[in-house]
Design a protein around this ligand. Sequence first.
Ligand SMILES: Cc1cc2nc3c(=O)[nH]c(=O)nc-3n(C[C@H](O)[C@H](O)[C@H](O)COP(=O)(O)O)c2cc1C
Length: 389
Amino acid sequence: MNRWFETVAVAQRRARRVLPKSVYGALLAGSERGSTLADNLAAFDELGFAPRVAAGHVGRDQATTVLGRPISLPVVISPTGVQGVHPDGELAVARAAAARGTAMGLSSFASKPIEDVVAANPQTFFQVYWCGSRDDIVARIERARAAGAAGLILTLDWSFSHGRDWGSPPIPDRLDAKTMVRFAPEVLVRPRWLAGWLRRRAVPDLTVPNMAVGGEPAPGFFAAYGEWMQTPPATWDDVAWLRQQWGGPFLLKGVLRVDDARRAVDAGVDAISVSNHGGNNLDGSPAPIRVLRAIDSAVGEQIEVLLDGGVRRGSDVVKALALGARAVMIGRASLWGLAANGQAGVENVLDILRGGVDSALLGLGKSSIEELTGDDVLVPDGFTRVAGR
Ligand SMILES: Cc1cc2nc3c(=O)[nH]c(=O)nc-3n(C[C@H](O)[C@H](O)[C@H](O)COP(=O)(O)O)c2cc1C
């Protein structure tokens, strides 16, 4: 069977058919009313293009760098925990990113150890939350350093918002016999997904190996999550401290305000991602693409400005670059690809985005992503938001 798909939307429909309902629901995520989740997509639709003809360029170049690492297209895989989606999990994503010449963020809540993921893709940025004591955090980043991680991502925008108007999927703490019986009705109607695990003689691993400290066994997802909930939220001093501890390339993920972007510069970060965690957090936060321009104008000369949230097509990537992003990160797009067809599915998604970027560059009469400017997109009145000065 030919498992190739032509758009990310098609991959998402396949993922919905392939995954057990709860796993699909966990990836769809969102919070509260789902306003931010919806706005992340709607905002890209509101933007138009200003195409050119007869520009005469032959080649179109998409290569750039992020955190000093060369990438062949301006798209990086955003960190997500992918427990249960596919037996190869983040290893499949890492291999796909490496095969297509790009980097990936590995979540500290991921299902595969950092050592294995870096071996599959040396361009791996390890992502941490502000969780546990400073000693615990240092232990985790030192392990990532020893494994060869190419950079550190600190994600600070999680607000522990757990309610959804459409209902949250049940997530088990571990997969024992009782849980298997409970989930059997939704799993048995997804034979392809089940067969993938049976072939590997495996069950979804709900532990988080990168949260282990001091040689202890990997904690379960909920144990680690509980520790995180009890940790006092980070301050700007903490950010500056962690940046110093790490020493290497450092990205702060989850910035939506101009003043926070300036503070991030003061804390010494190399890059930020303008992001609302894919709409999974404080519902009512604007789509990142709406606040990007103001943030890029304020700090874009000093640090790298990335964006994530709502990117589903190459044309979305081009819109973000035209409004100031150096590159984008993708969350759900790669998860839908992984669910639909494993490593090949993630490669398929990256190919779709690369093709879409190329086509948009051609339509806009540009020979390279470097040439994109705000003049290439049509921004309707009322589109832009400016948060913080
Ligand atoms: C299922 C899921 C799990 C996620 N887990 C993490 C995580 O562990 N760490 C993190 O920094 N961001 C996490 N994110 C957020 C993504 O990195 C990214 O910001 C978001 O998915 C971008 O929006 P998009 O899905 O529309 O591309 C997660 C997102 C999803 C959908």
